[in-house]
Design a binder for this molecule. Structure first.
Ligand code: PMV
Length: 347
């Protein structure tokens, strides 16, 4: 009598029996760049603030070795097997948006050495492709949730590295500012060759974030600035230097709690961003609406070309400014600083 192979080899113990946790949730914050976007790509300093909108990620184990990623906001879902990508819908877009998440997941699986699969579910309150760092926040939260799922202790530095790796797939030459803020939270001074300097400045920044609702690619906008700089380096390089001066003055204004000065610096920074070619009519329209409604200063935030702007406001003008942005066709929400970077929420 032959014994069926199924009985000859005892099944390997399931991940749960090996003491691995079954489900972990983690979150990471959105960000606004207060000063220095684009210039940061050329090793100038930038100031970036984590804000109170978060992406939530839940990770669960699968007993096969597949990575299944679902994003309810994007309406995208796909299964990655060792040599196959199976999108449920909109294949090209699913690959572009979900591949960085696979990269972050796979990095953690590689570190752990576990031969398991993972089920990732993303739900986000951060608008995508709008300059608010949603993709980096997702990758950071994925790295945190999957590592806890596998009982792996990893440092924030490691989460930053993995998030930066995932961002490279999307933006080609990211400065690292988005991975830094979604990992560490708070208020950060960031420079490529100096890394992250957390700024412990106790100042409340009442902000309105306005969204043009125009989607754009950060990589393309960075490439546009690169082209302009190649064409006229003697004009653009002093603009980058002026951006660095603004950052130094802004740190002083933050320390002094001088919001009118900060607002003025934002307006000047917006002028420089126009000069390097990343502002446009839809951004200028909501920026001017905000200024006319009483903002202390306003500028685009992130890559520009659409996406979002920020307006610094006296407390009593926040609602007026948000309303003024909506009246000229944007959407708007109020934002405050959050000190919490990526964190595990529950297991
Ligand atoms: O638009 P976002 O959120 O991807 O911000 C990008 C910031 C840039 O300075 C334009 C690019 C970078 O990698 O720093």
């Amino acid at each position: 009598m032959t014994i069926p192979l199924l009985w000859a080899t005892p099944p390997s113990p399931s991940p749960s029996k090996r003491g691995l946790t079954l489900e972990v949730r983690a979150s990471a914050p959105a960000k606004v760049i207060l000063f220095g976007e684009h210039f940061v790509v050329y090793n100038q300093p930038a100031l970036v603030l984590a804000v109170d909108k978060r992406v939530q990620v839940s990770a669960r184990l699968r007993e096969d070795q597949h990575i299944h990623i679902r994003s309810s906001n994007l309406g995208l879902s796909a299964i990655f097997t060792e040599d196959h990508f199976q999108p449920q819908r909109r294949g090209k877009e699913a690959h572009r948006r979900l591949e960085p998440i696979r990269i972050a997941t796979q990095k953690i699986l590689d570190i752990s050495g576990e031969k398991v699969g993972v089920e990732i579910e993303i739900s986000s309150r951060i608008p995508v492709a709008a300059g608010l760092g949603s993709s980096a926040a997702v990758s950071a939260a994925v790295a945190a949730s999957v590592s806890r799922l596998l009982n792996l202790q990893i440092s924030k530095e490691k989460i930053f590295d993995i998030t930066l790796e995932a961002e490279r797939f999307i933006h080609r030459t990211p400065s690292g500012i988005d991975p830094a803020i979604s990992t560490y939270g708070g208020l950060i001074l960031f420079q490529k060759d100096r890394g992250v300097t957390p700024l412990e400045i106790d100042v409340d920044l009442p902000l309105v974030v306005g969204d043009t609702q125009l989607k754009r690619s950060t990589g393309d906008m960075v490439a546009e600035v690169g082209k302009r700089r190649e064409q006229c380096p003697s004009v653009i390089d002093p603009v980058l230097k002026a951006g660095a001066e603004i950052v130094q003055s802004a740190i002083q204004a933050l320390k002094n709690g001088d919001l009118p000065e900060l607002g003025e610096l934002m307006d000047i920074n917006q002028g420089l961003l126009s000069a390097v070619g990343v502002s446009n009519e839809s951004l200028e329209r909501i920026i001017y609406a905000a200024r006319n409604a009483g903002a202390l200063g306003a500028k685009l935030t992130g890559a520009g070309g659409g996406g979002c702007m920020i307006a610094l406001c006296p407390e009593e003008r926040l609602e007026d400014v948000a309303q003024a942005i909506r009246e000229v066709g944007g959407t708007a929400f109020l934002a405050r600083k959050t000190d919490d970077g990526v964190r595990v929420e529950a297991t």
